[in-house]
Design a protein around this ligand. Structure first.
Ligand SMILES: Cc1cc2nc3c(=O)[nH]c(=O)nc-3n(C[C@H](O)[C@H](O)[C@H](O)COP(=O)(O)O)c2cc1C
Length: 138
């Protein structure tokens, strides 16, 4: 199975999740400035929310790589909202990309909020999530 990991992270929180998945699966995590090199069965797309929206660089990545994405698995951090899944659903639908119903979300540090997140427990949880996705999507 061909797996890729991409992330967009302004302050480093989401990058930590991407790197934890990378360590678990033995696949390099790259930021969204790196297009997919080949068709991927599963793309872990790690993203966040800034002023209530997914960054346009993430949307552009999905649009320009759509034909190479088998199933997109959403992984997110945020300070307030529960997940970026709903927004990613729109992004994926507009690009004609299949979005997995499995997703991972945890809190991300923002100013005085959630100071230690993602923490060790979050990173352990995302590693387990990545492993279970492979089991279910295989
Ligand atoms: C400029 C900016 C705007 C943000 N706006 C929101 C927001 O509207 N809602 C929310 O839940 N979190 C918001 N956050 C918090 C981020 O989603 C949270 O800190 C996230 O973990 C950042 O991920 P990153 O470190 O990978 O960039 C904002 C953070 C920044 C830096």
């Amino acid at each position: 199975m061909n797996i890729a990991i991409r992330y967009y992270s302004q302050t480093g929180n989401t990058k930590k999740l991407a790197e934890a998945i990378a360590a678990e699966l033995g696949v390099e995590a790259k930021d969204v400035s790196h297009p997919l090199e080949e068709k991927t069965d599963i793309l872990f797309l790690c993203n966040s929310v800034y002023w209530a929206g997914i960054d346009k660089k993430v949307k552009r990545f999905v649009n320009t790589n759509a034909l190479k994405i088998g199933t997109l698995v959403n992984v997110s951090t945020a300070a307030l909202i529960e997940s970026t899944y709903k927004q990613m659903k729109t992004v994926a639908a507009e690009a004609g990309v299949t979005l997995s119903d499995q997703e991972f979300h945890c809190r991300g540090k923002f100013k005085a909020l959630h100071a230690s997140h993602p923490d060790e427990a979050d990173l352990k949880a995302v590693r387990e999530f990545a492993r279970s996705v492979l089991g279910r999507e295989a």
